[in-house]
Design a protein around this ligand. Structure first.
Ligand SMILES: Nc1ncnc2c1ncn2[C@@H]1O[C@H](COP(=O)(O)OP(=O)(O)OP(=O)(O)O)[C@@H](O)[C@H]1O
Length: 323
């Protein structure tokens, strides 16, 4: 049976903020009396995540993704509901729990700016109480996969964004945590670095059964890494399924992409369908009812027919527009 590593039920979190009145008069009024407002960032979220899963946490800006990660990592304390990560409430910040999770906020580095990355790693080694032999073995392996050996003694301020991110990933993973939370892990990186990080995370996940929870605005991160997506909107969970199920759910029914040999589709012309030409040889047809009957491809001068499945980016923009 699959092991649950994260379980939340009816999880809620709200921030308290203050209303800001407009103009000079407003600022002066705020100075004497400020109106409190409550921002419900996480609303009644139920979520179960199993060991070894890679879950993409998606949502538009301000949806509540970072807040959820902060709750799961014990940075924030829930207002109500239940939350259990590796069997305990993360906010209790038990040593055992902290040693078993890794957190990376893509926009905030934990590397010490003026020192080489190795110095940060030695400091973390002591904090996480990792033996020298395990440390050396893991660092060697991670540096190999991410191609970092030559930069390990360069002061962090002289490293490129991609090099820093890779070292930050090493800091997050060298002590082999069971769960890794990655908030925008590839932000600002070029395609090669992104690909290298995808490969690296997949390898770590496969080899060590590390559970990975990631947020990203790069659809490629999600497509390459996540098997499952959890979509959050205005603090609520809207979808929770595999990418394949999401594609099926949002698939335009009875829609096909047809590649013709000569750029014609005479036999298919029918008032019961909409035909649009994508390029010289490719057409998209959508039937009003029924399904496409079997066709002799050769006779019909057709190279291929496939069901039209929208890509993840289209699906997500549709979902985000809806909510
Ligand atoms: N410290 C804070 N005080 C008050 N409100 C906050 C605070 N942090 C976040 N919020 C609000 O909580 C809501 C959720 O924010 P959160 O940062 O979790 O969203 P997000 O999905 O991570 O967004 P993004 O994709 O832009 O990073 C937003 O409305 C945000 O304005």
């Amino acid at each position: 049976m699959e092991k649950k590593v994260i379980e939340c039920s009816n999880l809620n979190y709200s921030y308290t903020s203050y209303e800001k009145k407009q103009g000079l008069k407003g600022t002066l009024a705020d100075f004497f009396k400020r109106e409190k407002i409550q921002i419900d960032a996480i609303k009644d979220i139920n979520l179960t995540i199993y060991e070894g899963e890679i879950v993409g946490l998606l949502g538009s800006n301000g949806a509540g993704k970072t807040t959820l990660i902060k709750l799961l990592t014990g940075i924030l304390e829930k207002k109500s509901g239940e939350i259990s990560c590796l069997g305990s409430n993360p906010f209790n910040r038990r040593k055992e729990y902290l040693k078993n999770i890794g957190v990376l906020f893509g926009q905030k580095s934990q590397l010490i700016w003026d020192l080489p990355p190795m110095d940060t790693l030695y400091m973390l080694k002591e904090m996480y109480n990792v033996s020298t032999s395990v440390f050396e073995e893991n660092i060697k392996e991670l540096f190999n996969i991410l191609d970092l050996h030559q930069w390990k003694d360069t002061p962090v301020r002289k490293l490129s964004l991609g090099q820093k991110t890779k070292f930050d990933l090493v800091c997050t993973l060298f002590y082999s945590p069971k769960i890794v939370f990655l908030d925008e892990p590839t932000i600002g990186l070029d395609i090669n670095s992104q690909n290298q990080i995808h490969k690296f995370l997949l390898e770590v996940n496969k080899k060590k059964k590390t559970t990975i929870i990631l947020t990203s605005h790069y659809i490629k991160d999600i497509e390459k890494l996540a098997e499952r997506v959890v979509i959050i909107s205005k603090g609520e969970k809207k979808e929770d399924c595999s990418i394949a199920d999401l594609s099926n759910k949002f698939k335009v029914k009875n829609s096909y992409i047809i590649e013709s040999k000569n750029g014609e589709l005479p036999f298919l012309q029918d008032e019961e369908m909409i035909v649009s030409q994508i390029n010289d040889l490719t057409f998209k047809i959508t039937l009003f009812s029924g399904t496409l009957k079997s066709i002799n491809l050769d006779l019909a001068n057709i190279l291929s027919i496939r069901e039209d499945t929208p890509n993840l980016e289209d699906i997500l923009s549709e979902i985000f527009l809806e909510v």
